[in-house]
Design a protein around this ligand. Structure first.
Ligand SMILES: [Cu+2]
Length: 108
């Protein structure tokens, strides 16, 4: 009996937590339909790396204004958090053989 009680209490806590998280996400999304970021990228060594990163990111839903800089080892882009997450963007960069690093939010 005690175990059942603990379990339902835990469940209630978890549900409450998930609900709060959804609410704050929604507020974020309403505030920013478009977010500009600069993401550092390791491993790009020539213009075909640049083209590869630019093409791959441009093809994703929810991303526009992709600019890759070989000199700065970074990409600047605008994305719509309703359609794609920052994690997904970084994972995509990693998946094609580069390494996404620090993310800097840019003013709109
Ligand atoms: Cu290259």
């Amino acid at each position: 009996m005690k175990t059942v009680f603990n379990f339902s209490l835990l469940l209630m806590l978890m549900l409450g937590c998930a609900e709060n998280r959804n609410k704050s996400n929604q507020t974020d999304v309403n505030q920013f339909d478009s977010v500009s970021v600069e993401i550092s990228i390791e491993g790009m060594s020539c213009m075909s790396c640049v083209a590869n990163v630019r093409k791959t990111l441009s093809d994703l839903d929810g991303i526009n204004e992709v600019k890759v800089s070989l000199e700065n080892k970074s990409v600047t882009l605008q994305y719509n958090p309703n359609n794609i997450s920052l994690d997904k963007i970084k994972q995509t960069i990693d998946k094609i053989g580069y390494k996404a690093g620090t993310v800097k939010k840019l003013p709109q």
